[in-house]
Design a protein around this ligand. Structure first.
Ligand code: PRX
Length: 644
């Protein structure tokens, strides 16, 4: 890590968008920064006014730290702003979604068709299941058009959606259903991943044995695999949709009515249900998508994230649809059936904007230039990166091999909690520097702070957002105390949990998490979550988990495990422990390696010294270890790791 930071700090290259790009960009007036700065609230009001409101707001912002209310008193509907607003325009019959399945099947839905499907499903949710405003609905689907339909159908009637990534296990699903108190689950028979069927319905069945709050399950028939339907509880989506032609109108929601809950990992074992509300979230989703991606209705815009993550919420569903673009969706894996799948999709569907994660870019780089070289990528005009720091080498590869030196890259920093992009260059306005996210967006005030909370002019520190913004999290579902302590106890302002540097010109480079949250392939995983899973594995007495630098995934998980008396360490046991974590949380949380050890580095009071474990795992200098009670264990661990 320290080596990569050094390389980054020496990064001096600067790139500008081409004249052609700048001339055609929607936002090319540099005054946007000044305008936002001189009247921040007025600027946000102007952005909010670009949505369709049923009734106007009375005040822009009510701020009682740490709880914000934006556009107070106004009413609107998120689904209406993504669908109905386009119906009287020439966007009505153009593609809202182009979906490609892993097997190669393609489905296209125009704005009118997507509207009808969503409105019909809203009507089913209300009439058949009695779902009402404020009810929670869990969505556990593969990346198929019905995931967008389900999200927008909930939003249409004010049901709060809680999307759970389809790669999460039954146990993770149980935890999220319990915490949110959902009434309904929307799932599919299965999904495809690298040609294999993931049996989502079986996973739901297993989870629901422990979820009494769930009254009904809607199952989208997608794969056609055999499934068990529980009479009186389960319905097939296609069947119940065929029974109704009623189109439910979008209901007016208060600006501050919750739109969704999305669970994300923190430093404790329990994921946090981040709450986003309607008016502020939609304002930033629409504004930032147009500004950062220069998104136009003529674009075929492909965000490769799953709807199970915040990127999928804001930049696959709400942002691009509110802007009337054509959204490309691909269900499967980038290497199926071949490693050129992404470039094949870009060529066939004439994708103009590609937004993906550094992990994917590094994998493409490793697979070789000949694969994109086989395809015509000339439709691309802008590239985006999200989820983790992008190393300059991967940035340059993305820029030259995929963008052919003519597509600006936006490196976008943000979080589940921020709801939308906070820091990024603007493609037609700011110079790009590999490794740097850039400047805070107009309307956003971000700074790098010293531990004392004093802003740093130039240098390294902790990233903080200095004033409330419309799409900020409104709390943690059922746990406002945790919301306060995690984000608002460190500084007076919002503490993001990331380390960053800032240059003389205000450019911010985000270095990564400073807490016990790991970032594996752009996915947030709490060390405590993995540790809790490991100690539930038979034979494990104690576990400590750290992140270790990984060429492809950014970070990988390394677990140190103390076994119970009489249990013998073995390769089989290591494999079984890794599988167990996959079963308890999901495949993304599987450790790369489990090291069995008789002891862990501890202080005299018995506290595990995670810092020492991190250094050992990454082969770095140990620093001050005078408080360590058992230094001999460090030698043991170093030998173990070196022997692999
Ligand atoms: O550490 C930062 C990293 O991802 C974290 C947020 O994770 P999540 O809530 O899952 O949202 C991911 C997608 C927005 C941040 O705290 N991160 C996200 N984008 C970047 C990044 N780190 C560096 N550069 C980025 N562009």
């Amino acid at each position: 890590m320290s080596q990569s930071i050094e390389t980054l700090l020496n990064e001096q290259r600067i790139f500008m968008a081409s004249d052609e790009f700048r001339v055609n960009a929607t936002h090319s007036d540099p005054d946007i920064y000044k305008i936002a700065q001189s009247d921040r609230l007025g600027f946000w009001e102007a952005q909010a006014a670009k949505l369709d409101w049923f009734s106007p707001w009375q005040s822009v912002l009510e701020w009682q730290r740490p709880f914000a209310k934006w556009f107070v008193g106004g009413t609107l509907n998120a689904s209406y702003n993504c669908l109905d607003v386009h119906l009287p325009t020439d966007r009505r019959d153009k593609a809202a979604l182009i979906w490609e399945g892993e097997l190669g099947d393609v489905r296209t839905l125009s704005y009118a068709e997507l509207h009808d499907e969503v409105a019909r499903f809203s009507s089913v949710l209300m009439a058949r299941y009695g779902i009402q405003k404020g009810d929670r609905v869990t969505i556990y689907l593969p990346l198929i058009p019905e995931s967008v339909v389900a999200i927008l159908a909930c939003a249409r009637i004010g049901a709060i959606h809680s999307v759970v990534f389809g790669g999460f296990s039954a146990q993770s699903l149980i935890d999220r259903i319990h915490d949110s108190g959902s009434r309904l689950v929307i799932t599919a028979d299965g999904g495809y991943r690298r040609g294999k069927v993931i049996p989502l319905k079986d996973i739901v069945d297993e989870a629901l044995e422990k979820c009494p709050s769930i009254e009904a399950v809607v199952v989208v028939r997608h794969v056609g695999n055999p499934i068990h339907m529980h009479a009186g509880r389960d319905d097939v989506y296609q069947e119940i949709m065929a029974e109704t032609s009623d189109l439910q109108d979008a209901l007016p929601m208060d600006s501050e009515d919750p739109l969704f809950i999305l669970y994300t990992s923190g430093t404790t074992g329990k994921p946090k249900g981040i709450i986003h509300t309607t008016g502020g979230y939609m304002t930033h989703a629409k504004y930032s998508t147009q500004l950062v991606f220069d998104l136009k209705p003529s674009d075929v815009y492909w965000c490769t994230a799953d709807v199970g993550w915040i990127t999928g919420h804001t930049y696959l569903v709400y942002g691009p649809l509110a802007n009337g673009a054509t959204v490309m969706m691909y269900e499967g894996s980038p290497d199926y059936p071949d490693k050129n799948r992404f470039w094949d999709i870009v060529e066939r569907h004439k994708v103009t904007i590609l937004y993906t994660a550094p992990t994917a870019i590094r994998a493409f780089m490793k697979w070789g230039d000949h694969l994109p070289g086989m395809h015509d990528l000339s439709s691309l005009r802008l590239l985006g990166s999200v989820g983790e720091p992008i190393n300059p080498e991967a940035w340059m590869w993305y820029y030259t091999v995929i963008g052919k030196n003519r597509c600006p890259i936006v490196d976008t920093w943000w979080q589940t909690e921020t709801g939308g992009i906070m820091i990024s260059t603007l493609p037609a306005l700011s110079p790009m520097r590999p490794g740097y996210a850039g400047l805070p967006l107009p309307g956003i005030e971000a700074q790098v702070l010293q531990d004392s909370g004093v802003p740093i002019e130039a240098g390294g520190g902790l990233l903080s957002i200095m004033s409330p913004w419309p799409s900020m999290a409104r709390g943690i579902w059922g746990d406002n105390e945790r919301f306060k302590s995690v984000y608002w106890d460190t500084f007076e302002t919002y503490f993001a949990g990331d380390g960053a540097t800032v240059d003389d010109d205000g450019y911010i480079m985000v270095l990564g998490r400073v807490d016990d949250v790991l970032n594996v392939a752009g996915h947030r995983i709490g060390t405590m979550e993995v540790e809790s899973a490991l100690v539930e594995f038979e034979g494990v007495a104690e576990a400590a988990v750290v992140g270790v630098a990984d060429d492809l995934k950014g970070q990988a998980i390394l677990a140190f495990v103390i076994l119970k008396e009489g249990v013998t360490p073995s390769k089989e046991l290591e494999r079984a422990a890794i599988e167990w974590v996959g079963k308890m949380i999901g495949a993304i949380a599987k450790p790369k390696q489990v090291v069995f050890t008789p002891d862990l580095p501890k202080t005299r009071s018995g506290k595990i010294m995670r810092r020492v474990l991190k250094s050992v795992a990454n082969g770095q200098a140990l620093g001050d270890i005078t408080t360590l009670a058992n230094p001999e264990v460090v030698d043991f661990l170093e030998r173990q790791l070196n022997s692999v």
